[in-house]
Write a protein of this length. Structure first.
Length: 437
């Protein structure tokens, strides 16, 4: 293809590599730039289904989950190509196949977010029940109830959810929990529903506001995204738009955790402090100094002491609380902090499964139900470990920066699902990280 365009296919990348080797080298220094937010980019790609023509998304991370979503859109009949390094061009033809097959959905739980857009624009959808990270069940009941409130009818059989509607109608949707995915599905479907839709107890994450901004650029009328009440005035159709993805706050937290464990001074370009308020409060309690910078590309300047302090407690909560995606990184930091900390998981069952891997590295961590007691040790011990999911994999690499000897992290393909050039960015900060052939 001309004009620098290449297919957005997973085959282009090297994320299939399974193992990373890490050796400690002391304090980190340098500069790293945060990519676009994975949890926003995937949903923006799904929203492109709703407008016939060419959508352009900038600052899209080159990660395997984006490749997976591109394959999913392509299976429906859309064209998806990279233009340069971080811009995606998505072409939605007049007719598509409103189905998300199992062999693609099983690779990525976020695929379920195509359900609302397909139902709204096509009046029907057939979507496989989702797969994704292995840290406990995350049922889609809230997604279906919200879409049923709008006028959808669903049946589930043979591993698929099939939805139909004679036409969506605006209504009041009350979510029993501020689920990000349910908010996204309801918001996208509500855009093309007749009349007014109000989503109460909506998720408030920055990614929700980013999707709303994109939909509004496409002709939607959404107010209140990023607050607990979202109001949508339905429109008859959407048009393609051009949009820039917000920076990835979880990636930014990963580099904060890395320098927190190893010590040193770094600059994180593109990170937005206003998206990370609560986790920055916890890092300050640990002794990490973070200063927000302004200018054309805002960011964070970070200084971490030789060893962090423990904190009394860390608990995951819906935004603006500490996100569950931050927790493995915080546990890795506390594993080598001075003192005892208690970490509580309030959102997802089974998300302490990486603890055993940290214990293999010499961490002193005990879990009971939703709680983990972390007794910090000055240093860990390098060992072979396995990444169970994206953030836990990154956390194991972070912990290895303060472990005597080499650590080899298997399952590194999980990490590449959520991080653009993970190894290259760590090396740029002075870390000794390499791919094991």
């Amino acid at each position: 293809m001309g004009g620098g365009q290449v297919p957005a296919s997973a085959a282009e990348h090297t994320w299939e590599v399974q193992r990373l080797r890490i050796a400690p080298v002391g304090a980190l220094s340098g500069r790293v730039r945060v990519a676009g937010a994975k949890n926003s980019a995937l949903k923006l790609m799904a929203a492109a289904v709703m407008a016939r023509g060419t959508t352009v998304l900038h600052n899209v991370p080159r990660i395997s989950d984006v490749d997976c979503m591109a394959d999913l859109l392509r299976s429906m009949g859309l064209g998806v190509t990279w233009v340069g390094n971080s811009t995606l061009q998505i072409v939605r033809p007049e007719t598509i196949v409103p189905e998300a097959p199992y062999e693609l959905v099983e690779r990525m739980r976020a695929s379920i977010v195509v359900l609302g857009p397909l139902l709204a624009v096509e009046g029907r959808a057939r979507v496989a029940l989702p797969g994704g990270d292995d840290f406990g069940p995350r049922p889609i009941d809230m997604h279906l109830r919200a879409l049923e409130d709008l006028g959808g009818t669903f049946v589930s059989a043979h591993g698929y959810v099939e939805g139909t509607t004679p036409g969506l109608v605006g209504t009041r949707i009350l979510l029993e929990f501020p689920s990000v995915g349910a908010t996204e599905n309801a918001m996208m479907a509500g855009v093309l529903a007749k009349g007014t839709t109000t989503i109460e107890n909506a998720a408030r994450e920055p990614e929700i506001a980013d999707i709303a901004a994109f939909l509004n650029a496409m002709g939607a009328r959404i107010l209140g995204a990023g607050t607990s009440t979202v109001t949508i005035e339905g429109v008859s159709e959407l048009h393609p738009a051009e949009h820039t993805v917000i920076p990835d706050r979880i990636e930014a937290a990963t580099w904060l955790a890395a320098v927190g464990v190893a010590g040193g001074d770094i600059e994180i370009e593109g990170a937005r402090a206003d998206h990370m308020d609560m986790v920055l409060v916890k890092l300050a309690e640990m002794g990490v100094e973070v200063t927000a910078t302004e200018g054309q590309l805002p960011g964070l300047v970070v200084h971490a002491p030789e060893r962090l302090r423990a904190v009394d407690s860390v608990a995951t909560l819906p935004y603006p609380g500490v996100a569950t995606d931050y927790k493995p990184l915080l546990v890795a930091m506390l594993a080598t902090a001075d003192g005892v900390s208690i970490v509580t998981e309030n959102l997802f069952a089974g998300r302490f499964r990486y603890i055993d891997e940290l214990v293999r590295m010499g961490a002193d961590i005990r879990t009971e139900g939703h709680h983990a007691v972390v007794r910090g040790r000055d240093r860990l011990s390098g060992a072979p470990v396995r990444a169970p999911d994206i953030r836990a994999g990154a956390a194991l690499v972070v912990a290895a920066l303060r472990a005597d000897g080499e650590t080899v992290v298997a399952g590194a393909d999980h990490i590449a699902r959520g991080y653009d050039d993970f190894v290259g960015k760590l090396v740029a900060l002075g870390a000794d990280v390499s791919v094991v052939d």
